[in-house]
Design a protein around this ligand. Structure first.
Ligand SMILES: CC(C)(COP(=O)(O)OP(=O)(O)OC[C@H]1O[C@@H](n2cnc3c(N)ncnc32)[C@H](O)[C@@H]1OP(=O)(O)O)[C@@H](O)C(=O)NCCC(=O)NCCS
Length: 198
């Protein structure tokens, strides 16, 4: 998405930066994992296709993609983004009938980085970005039946099941961004700061 191309979000344990060409190689390594392909319902791509995908996401105004950096690892390694990369978080504005609804996707790809609060913080920061910058009123998430950690995380945040697909073995969850909810997201995403990226 062009509107987040120069946006950097700094939270407590993480930094979100736009998905750039130099991130593709590491991202591609992650996506060779069959486990991650299943959990994120992704098709395997070769490296060339991965570069094309990154470029098309960057150009597409309906796709807002960020790489999640573990702030500690990033700073430990002299602010090296590649060393700090642990996953990605995205908002897809795919619903033509409801332009203020977006689907959120989260992946903490590095197994050693899971269970430390990075996934939850990334989702809260992304929801705040969606509310304040994209003026979203609803957020959805699609999660596989067997993905218990992700189901638990989204339900704890307040997402509610709205439908199931036995064909895709997937549950669709939705969060209505009421004023109370927006306040909670603001509190849970703090300290949240937007700076210019590069
Ligand atoms: C699901 C995922 C995003 C969670 O991120 P994470 O950084 O590991 O999780 P966090 O440490 O932020 O924990 C957030 C919540 O997730 C839930 N959770 C995390 N790990 C869990 C586990 N192993 N079992 C059960 N619940 C778990 C908990 O509810 C936790 O909240 P709590 O600590 O307040 O109880 C991450 O494990 C992941 O990316 N997995 C692979 C890809 C994937 O499944 N993506 C989602 C596709 S829909």
């Amino acid at each position: 998405m062009k509107c987040n191309a120069n946006t950097k979000i700094t939270g407590c344990k993480l930094i979100l930066v736009p998905y750039e060409k130099e991130h593709v190689l590491r991202y591609h390594e992650w996506m060779k994992s069959e486990e991650l392909q299943t959990l994120t319902a992704s098709e395997p791509l070769n490296l060339e296709e991965e570069y094309q995908m990154q470029q098309s996401w960057r150009e597409d105004d309906n796709k807002c993609t960020f790489i999640v950096l573990d702030k500690e690892k990033y700073e430990e390694n002299g602010n090296n983004e590649i060393d700090g990369m642990v996953g990605d978080v995205n908002l897809f504005l795919n619903d033509e009938d409801n332009p203020s609804t977006a689907e959120i996707e989260i992946m903490i790809a590095e197994p050693a980085a899971r269970g430390k609060g990075l996934g939850k913080e990334a989702v809260y920061c992304m929801m705040r970005y969606g509310i304040e910058e994209l003026k979203l009123t609803h957020i959805t998430a699609k999660i596989g039946y067997s993905n218990k950690p992700s189901i638990k995380m989204f339900m704890n945040i307040g997402f509610q099941e709205i439908s199931r697909s036995d064909v895709f073995e997937e549950i669709t969850f939705k969060l209505n961004l009421t004023e109370d909810r927006k306040e909670r997201i603001k509190a849970c995403s703090a300290p949240y700061r937007i700076d210019r990226y590069r």
